[in-house]
Design a protein around this ligand. Structure first.
Ligand SMILES: [Zn+2]
Length: 47
């Protein structure tokens, strides 16, 4: 089951809730951002 939540503020990708899991995050100002936009665009590195 998928529930439409909104769109990513950065790329416009649809954010939805699937089986209780959001495929993005809600920011402090209530905007939404998908995981892809939230991850740093840097090349992979050891943390
Ligand atoms: Zn995005």
């Amino acid at each position: 089951m998928q529930e439409w939540i909104g769109s990513c503020r950065s790329c416009g990708k649809t954010i939805y809730c699937e089986n209780g899991f959001l495929n993005g995050t809600v920011q402090e100002d209530q905007t939404l951002e998908c995981f892809e936009c939230q991850e740093p665009a840097d090349e992979e590195g050891e943390s």
